[in-house]
Design a protein around this ligand. Structure first.
Ligand code: GLC
Length: 550
């Protein structure tokens, strides 16, 4: 199909730096919920295209698009049936091409999602594997096994799915297949050379179309421990992220990324690989971004940190220290499509995790979210924003159960899987159908009052969260030193306050519930809340971050 498309538009050449990604601010678009051009209630690529000028104006460097490939949508597109096709619900390959071209024309880079751990159960390989039965060579491309027990009625091992329930499903002919996520997402067997070949080819397909990089889904999951050994106990979800599991973070994954790095090297420009890798420590994460592997990895330890000065300082220090030896930039992220938005996390008591169903104290959450964002954007490295956080959107915590689509909600019998709350289509206008999301409804219901948080309502209001983001990104662009390097200097500060210096710049963040008086380090550049400097001292209000020029 690419033959019908003209040569890809060149990537932006902003400045002379080839390592644009080191300090880049990357905005995650969740295509279902960003903008709906055809009015069917589901966002689409044409919708994203019309909103590119908004993103340019916001001041981000790149856009990462969550999956828009052909998919039965058992996991909102993270179940891919055809890696080289756009799902009709999102448009066509021509729309993808036009989107990449337009973005490049505006100086924005485009990163697409790649889902190599599993396919959809409707992928051609899997369908053929099922059809051809035991012994089919197609079965070797997945993990098919006979069951245990007298009649093979028990799963081959004790692994549990991340979405709840066993990680194995039995098919009609009696064999079982492995799926770390939903049963509709069978895991590929990365010991099979055909899987390697196929993914190198998929990379080239999208690189040929001009994309600037890939966010690699479940990058830590591809390789499983030989023999698929039992874990030995239940409630394995609780161990994720702290213990080494036989299905996560196996050393063998690194060979895959070394080979992909070589594929990227065949292409002009500076294209990148970004790991979604949940590992027990930041030091393990650093292995994914060694010089011959990926370029960046999400910092989930940072995302999981509470609004607490001591905890934040610790995770900032360990993140910077872990990345330094491998020469990769640290990354920072507060929200994405898998966790409760940070405005709602910080509205709730600490320690409840990253998937919440309670709105908490919204004013408190927003104040802290604004402060947390300014802190994040002052750190050296690359920062990820999730659509709608620039509007200060909270999670929609009261979605009726019957509209929820997160597969983990249903597999966990409603005890978990509240990811729909951060996926509600975003408001563009104060009123009108679906608040400007599209000409029709929206696939998840938008709450009342959504229009007051819209782009239209906030634009031009200097106290709005949207204008705070715009200004923060403007200052960050004007001071490229902010995103660069891997060093900051901690300054003395009272308990509960973070203060650090960068070149000609100081950031102070009061994470406590009370105002704190400190010496004013310079002149205020930007603040997440009202701040008054009186003489040589300043009273930092509760939950407020201030940027200073010094
Ligand atoms: C990643 C995605 C998540 C998806 C899962 C399975 O964690 O971010 O949305 O459900 O992988 O593909």
């Amino acid at each position: 199909m690419t033959q019908h498309l003209a040569a890809p538009a060149a990537a932006p050449t902003s400045g002379t730096r080839t390592d644009w990604w080191r300090g880049a601010v990357i905005y995650q678009v969740y295509p279902r919920s960003f903008a709906d051009a055809d009015g069917d209630g589901m966002g689409d690529l044409a919708g994203v295209r019309t909103r590119l000028p908004y993103l340019k104006d916001l001041g981000v460097d790149a856009v990462w698009l969550s999956p828009f490939y052909a998919s039965p949508q058992a996991d909102a597109g993270y179940d891919v049936a055809d890696y080289r096709a756009v799902d009709p619900m999102f448009g066509t390959l021509h729309d993808a091409d036009a989107l990449i071209r337009d973005a490049h024309g505006l100086g924005l880079r485009v990163i697409v999602d790649l889902v190599p751990n599993h396919s959809s159960d409707r992928h051609d390989w899997f369908r053929r594997a099922l059809r051809e039965g035991p012994g089919s060579p197609l079965r070797d491309r997945y993990h098919f096994r006979p069951g245990k027990g007298e009649h093979g009625e028990l799963p081959p091992n004790d692994w549990e799915s991340i979405f709840g329930g066993p990680a194995w499903t039995r098919v009609e002919d009696g064999e079982w297949y492995l799926h770390l996520f939903a049963p509709e997402q069978p895991d590929f067997n990365w010991d099979h050379p055909a899987v390697h070949d196929e993914f190198r080819s998929i990379l080239r397909f999208w690189l040929d179309l001009g994309v600037d990089g890939f966010r690699v889904d479940v990058a830590h999951g591809l390789v499983k421990a030989p023999g698929l050994p039992d874990i030995g106990h239940h409630d394995q979800l609780k161990l994720l992220g702290s213990d080494t599991m036989p299905f996560f973070d196996q050393d063998g994954v690194h060979e895959v990324y070394r080979s992909w790095r070589q594929v990227l090297a065949e292409y002009a420009g500076d294209r990148i690989l970004v790991a979604e890798a949940w590992t027990p420590t930041v030091e393990r994460t650093a292995l994914y971004v060694r010089p011959d592997e990926m370029h960046q990895a999400f910092n989930f330890q940072y995302l999981g940190t509470h609004w607490d000065a001591a905890e934040l300082r610790k995770v900032i220090d360990t993140s910077l220290a872990a990345m330094r030896p491998v020469g990769a930039p640290a990354t920072w992220v507060l929200s994405n499509h898998d966790v409760t938005r940070h405005a709602t996390r910080f509205a709730n008591p600490a320690g409840l995790g990253t998937q919440l169903r309670t709105p908490g104290d919204r004013a408190l959450g927003l104040r802290r979210a604004r402060a947390a964002t300014l802190l994040m954007l002052a750190l050296p490295g690359s920062a990820y924003l999730y659509q709608g956080e620039e509007l200060g959107l909270p999670d929609v915590t009261d979605l009726p159960d019957e509209v929820r689509q997160d597969p983990s909600f249903h597999r966990a019998q409603g005890q978990d899987g509240f990811r729909d709350g951060c996926r509600v289509p975003i408001p563009w206008t104060k009123d009108g159908s679906s608040y400007g999301f599209g000409a029709g409804g929206s696939w998840l219901p938008q709450p009342e009052g959504w229009g007051e948080l819209s782009v239209q309502a906030q634009t031009g209001d200097p106290g709005s969260t949207l204008e705070l983001y715009r200004e923060a990104l403007r200052v960050r662009r004007a001071r490229p030193g902010l995103g660069a390097g891997s060093a900051l200097t901690w300054l003395d500060a009272p308990e509960g306050v973070l203060a650090f210096g960068r070149e000609g710049f100081v950031c102070t963040a009061n994470t406590t519930a009370d105002p704190v008086r400190v010496p004013a380090p310079g002149t205020v550049l930007l603040a997440s809340g009202p701040v008054e400097v009186t003489g040589p001292e300043v009273e930092l209000p509760a939950d407020t971050t201030v940027w200073w020029a010094v």
